[in-house]
Design a binder for this molecule. Structure first.
Ligand code: ARG
Length: 590
């Protein structure tokens, strides 16, 4: 395993060195190197620098050119305009760098220089409730970020902070006590994790509806349900056993959805709100003793100068309600103590809907004041809303929230139709498998290719389109590459650095070389959409290359053909790795 410095990084360093040699008083100056249409790279840094030091930018640029070492890296450099440098890389340098990437299992991508421990809170559905479209983004984004960070060598601890605690359990458990057979019905499961999950959810829904009906109509039942909450919180054994039963039933359901969504959620990482129950009194005590929180009308509150309601009065974070009950804030505070104090996190991430931004701002600030959370450690990765075609939050025609499974099933159906239409030699079973991979990939890609904070319209027509910025386009590009490699008898193609490169080969090659830098920036900024954009551009550059540079035609000289096959293979591996980091499959045949 050897990390390969990118050409951009190497050129940047060379120009920076030449620049500080030409202008020692500027110190370590940034040459501002970027990719350019004029040449391979353009450096603009001389302009501002010359201006600052009152010298002539063209003269400075000319000195930098003189100072650049001659060698195999740079084929040409010229001063242009008011003092830019246009730099052209030697073809052989491009091929050699790509050869080094291809020789490495990680495609030359380095590990982070100083990896730490990140605790990431994502995919947090609620027990006894359906997963809906709102849980899609948290799950898909969280899964991608976990993969991207782990690939960099970060230690990642996943936390699924499921809603498994609260007053509603009093009602459900009390009903179960009075109707012990309610969850025991013979399973009407269609088999498989998904069928079992759906059957579990059906039972939970029935329990929920039945208990709700009694709760709303029978005052005495309501009182018994309230007492049951107290029994639950004080750890009564019978109550806890039934609570576990409900939680377990929900987990069966969640796993069915996760399987369909093709994400791995491990049981040990599901640490719900209930897990922090025993620490809530300590949280309250410490906050109250330190004066971070104060009693106000009986409730324990934290106030902020800059958080006010519409009436101009401060809106506090309520840690404990006046009736002694705890809400979401107390649990999140206890979780921070656990994650920083016990799990040793140096970064806390929360993949949660943007509408909860104020909650997290107040929770983080409270934890900081209490001394539980070092500065700049916690960060919400807020995401926007999934919209319907009418531009409003996505609802069914009846105005209800959309069940996540229904939406996924529809995507799979639509994708299967696309796969079937294009299928040449696929069996029914293969069509079903590919349909799922394409459909789920389409949903994930549409989500991840949008920057996190933006809302987006859930439009399956667009998502499963073969053209345009879709995963289907990327998956077909990958499958086409594999088909070419199969035709070329499967030997690993050897690069030929001595050959000149066509413009489309250079463009593809330079983009391939950028992979490591993109991954580093995506991991540092938590912006998966940049990886999606990179992969889309990669597939587009590949398409142009494939149109302009025949690979398997008889008239192409053998060494040229092999060099092109080499580019095909490296493109395929880069696409597969990049897609895998987004949680998207790349079938070998489509
Ligand atoms: N369970 C909540 C929901 O479904 C999201 C929980 C977010 N995570 C957290 N640590 N508060 O909306």
């Amino acid at each position: 395993m050897a990390s390969v410095p990118s050409l951009a990084a190497t050129v940047h360093q060379r120009v920076a060195d030449a620049l500080s040699a030409a202008l020692p008083e500027a110190g370590a100056a940034d040459p501002l190197l970027r990719r350019s249409d004029r040449a391979d790279f353009q450096a603009n840094g001389m302009l501002a620098l010359a201006k600052k030091l009152k010298s002539n930018p063209r003269e400075l640029a000319a000195k930098v050119v003189e100072g650049l070492p001659a060698g195999e890296l740079i084929a040409g450099v010229e001063v242009s305009g008011p003092g830019f440098l246009n730099i052209t890389i030697a073809d052989s340098a491009i091929t050699n760098t790509l050869a080094a990437r291809a020789a490495d299992d990680r495609l030359g991508v380095p590990y982070a220089p100083d990896p730490g421990t990140t605790v990431i809170d994502y995919s947090q559905p609620n027990v006894a409730k359906e997963m809906h479209v709102g849980h899609l983004r948290s799950t898909v984004i969280g899964d991608a970020i976990v993969k991207i960070l782990e690939h960099r060598g970060e230690t990642v601890i996943r936390r699924h902070h499921i809603g498994d605690w609260g007053t509603q359990f009093g009602m459900l458990i009390q009903y179960l006590i009075e109707h012990p057979a309610e969850l025991d019905h013979a399973s009407d499961s269609a088999g498989g994790a998904e069928g079992e999950g759906e059957a579990a959810m059906a039972r939970l829904n029935r329990l929920y509806k039945a208990s709700r009906a009694v709760f709303d109509s029978d005052e005495e039942f309501k009182a018994r349900a309230r007492d049951r909450v107290v029994a639950l919180q004080s750890g009564d054994a019978e109550t806890l056993a039934l609570w576990h039963k409900i939680v377990d039933e929900s987990k069966i359901y969640f796993q069915g959805v996760y399987e369909k969504l093709d994400v791995e959620i491990r049981d040990a990482d599901i640490v719900g709100e209930s897990a922090y129950n025993d620490d809530l009194m300590n949280v309250v005590k410490e906050l109250e003793e330190s004066g971070v929180a104060v009693r106000s009308d009986g409730a324990l509150c934290v106030f902020f100068d800059d958080v006010k309601g519409p009436d101009g009065n401060p809106t506090p974070l309520i840690v404990q309600k006046s009736n002694g009950g705890f809400g979401y804030a107390a649990t999140d505070l206890a979780a921070i103590r656990d994650r920083v104090g016990k799990l040793g996190a140096d970064t806390l991430l929360y993949v949660v809907d943007a509408r909860q931004a104020l909650h997290f701002r107040m929770v983080f600030e409270t934890a900081r004041r209490a001394g539980w959370l070092p500065e700049d450690t916690a960060r919400q990765l807020p995401f926007g809303t999934v919209l319907g075609k009418d531009g409003k939050p996505f609802k069914t025609r009846e105005g209800e929230t959309v069940r996540l499974v229904d939406l996924l099933d529809e995507a799979i159906d639509r994708a299967s139709a696309v796969v079937r239409e294009k299928a040449q030699d696929l069996t029914e079973e293969e069509i079903a498998e590919r349909g799922a991979q394409v459909g789920i990939g389409a949903v994930k890609y549409a989500d991840l290719s949008t920057s996190l904070t933006r809302d987006y319209v859930f439009d399956l027509d667009r998502m499963v389109s073969l053209n345009g910025d879709t995963s289907v386009y990327l998956q077909y590009a990958y499958a086409r590459i594999q088909s070419i490699l199969r035709k070329a008898d499967g030997k690993r193609p050897v690069p030929h650095p001595e050959l000149p490169l066509a413009p489309a080969e250079r463009a593809l090659g330079l983009h391939l070389d950028d992979f490591a830098e993109i991954l580093a920036s995506v991991a540092e900024t938590y912006e998966p959409h940049k990886l999606a954009a990179y992969l889309y551009q990669l597939a587009s550059l590949y398409t142009t290359f494939y149109d302009q540079c025949p690979v398997l035609k008889a008239e192409v000289p053998a060494d040229v053909a092999e060099n092109r096959l080499f580019l095909c293979e490296l493109t395929g591996r880069t696409l597969r790795q990049g897609m895998a980091l987004l949680g998207i499959r790349t079938p070998e045949r489509l």
